[in-house]
Write a protein that binds this ligand. Sequence first.
Ligand SMILES: [Zn+2]
Length: 314
Amino acid sequence: MSSRCSLRPPSAPELGARVVLLCLSVVSSACLGTSTRVLDDGPSSSVPPDSSSPETEPSASRAWDPPWQRHTPHWTFETDHSSELADRVAIALEDAYQAFAAHFGRRPLGTSAMRVLGFKAFPDYRAYCERVGAPGQLAATGFAPSEAGTCVCWDKHDDADHFLGTLIHEACHLYYVESTRRSAPSWLAEGMATYFEGFDADAHGHLRFHHRPRARLATLRKLLARGTAMSLHDLVHLEANALINRDPQRALAFYAASWGYYYFFHTHPNLAWRQGFARYVAETERGVAPDLERHLGTRLETIDAELARFIARP
Ligand SMILES: [Zn+2]
């Protein structure tokens, strides 16, 4: 669970009527609701060194036939990772579905199960990106939607726990798009996805969401202590994918801040701020470019100062 998301401009014939989403550089009505993609990246945000090695490319036309597939009431998970991981993810995705439904208050509009792809290694992920025409996502650990009703990740850190967090992150993006047929501003999209990275799993693999992902929390606390955390004013104008590809360290700060403010606006005791944020989100879902400061009824600098106190508490 670390940095993520970006989006690339849509390819109209490719996306067609399917809706997609996200990561917009500016919160604007011109961007919202148009076809774009959310994507996600790992902490180091770099394309692996073998990405241009001649022996592994080109492979865009190679079809992927993963050995493990799991079908649950709301998802299909396909992976070449392991049978154990497939079982674990199947349980986790269903738990996440219920958590998404409760949080967003709506369900996917389609009737088909959503599809999650989990690649073990980069060459297959790269081949997939090429096959679906998404070369801009190679520096990421995944993105959503990658195809209609589909999201994808790869195990960039060779860590099953981290991989599960990334899968839930992308599944959140996919759920949001499938249930709203809308995009969200980049910081908001990443805020909600990182919010759902915060969970523990019990002995049976079921998830309990606490919405405080340890890595995000640690990063944000460190940046706040140094005085280098992103301000809310800056955050709402940035776009994840551009940061992933140009400035991975700043991308990490972007994801940490996106999580922090999203968490803040859902859990802070100030009811007026929580309600103001809810109105802001509702306007983004109507395709409006809302004024966050107006909805909150206070200056964004005031929120910045309060976030620092809020996040510093145990
Ligand atoms: Zn994301």
